[in-house]
Ligand binder design. Structure first.
Ligand code: ADP
Ligand SMILES: Cc1cn([C@H]2C[C@H](O)[C@@H](COP(=O)(O)O)O2)c(=O)[nH]c1=O
Ligand code: ZN
Length: 198
């Protein structure tokens, strides 16, 4: 049994592993990613952070949480680019992983097999409740999956769903509170039923 809430060994020894942080929008994925990466930096680990170049919502070159916590990152177009940066690195952080291609799954496996700690944050489901991009595959290969929850804006229960409040059918639509709200299952089902009547 591990009586500590943090596994300090992972922050000091060079052991490859894959950690996935998933959940709905506003569930604290980016904050948890930034927290783990900052702790790795305190432990003098060499850290590289990547995000998809299309995610220009708050900043072009930073990972930024809804609460304005931030950390410098490298925006990239394709998952394969991560391998070009990954020599002499102890920890790789990846935000908004749902926007990457499926090649990210193999890239993360290669990194971990080479002794790198890989920490990935991403939306597990899109606005329709369908698994998003490489996220299900990443959860499958992960050594550890942390599912975080927002608070349902309708009833205060834990929220797992990201309800899109504007009419748009494309899977990718960047946005925040003007376009999405976190809902629990009950409130999400009610909301999409009401949407279908409009
Ligand atoms: N309904 C909500 N439930 C929880 N947090 C919320 C909600 N709405 C806004 N927030 C804010 O979002 C922050 C989490 O932001 P962030 O880590 O960027 O989430 P994610 O990356 O999962 O979208 C919380 O600390 C809180 O300040
Ligand atoms: C549900 C859903 C979300 N998006 C977009 C909206 C935001 O720009 C990001 C998610 O960011 P967060 O850090 O998790 O808040 O993804 C999308 O394009 N399609 C969707 O279905
Ligand atoms: Zn609810």
């Amino acid at each position: 049994m591990n009586v500590f809430s943090e596994d300090h060994i992972q922050e000091t020894s060079r052991r490859g592993r894959i950690e996935v942080i998933c959940g709905s929008m506003f569930s604290g994925k980016t904050e948890e990613l930034i927290r783990r990466l900052k702790r790795a930096k305190f432990a003098k680990q060499r850290v590289e952070i990547f995000k998809p170049a299309i995610d220009t919502r708050y900043s072009e070159a930073e990972v930024v949480s809804h609460d304005s916590n931030s950390i410098a990152s490298t925006p990239i177009d394709s998952s394969g680019t991560i391998l070009l940066f990954a020599s002499e690195i102890d920890v790789v952080g990846i935000d908004e992983a749902q926007f990457f291609d499926n090649g990210l799954i193999d890239v993360c496996n290669q990194l971990a097999n080479n002794g790198i700690r890989v920490i990935i944050a991403g939306l597990d489901m899109d606005f329709r409740g369908i698994p998003f991009g490489p996220m299900p595959g990443l959860c499958a290969i992960a050594d550890e999956v942390t599912k975080v929850h927002a608070i349902c804006v309708k009833c205060g229960q834990l929220a797992s769903f990201s309800h899109r409040t504007v009419k748009n059918d494309k899977q990718v639509l960047l946005g925040e509170t003007a376009q999405y709200e976190p809902l629990c299952r009950t409130c999400y089902l009610k909301a999409i039923q009401e949407d279908s009547k409009k």
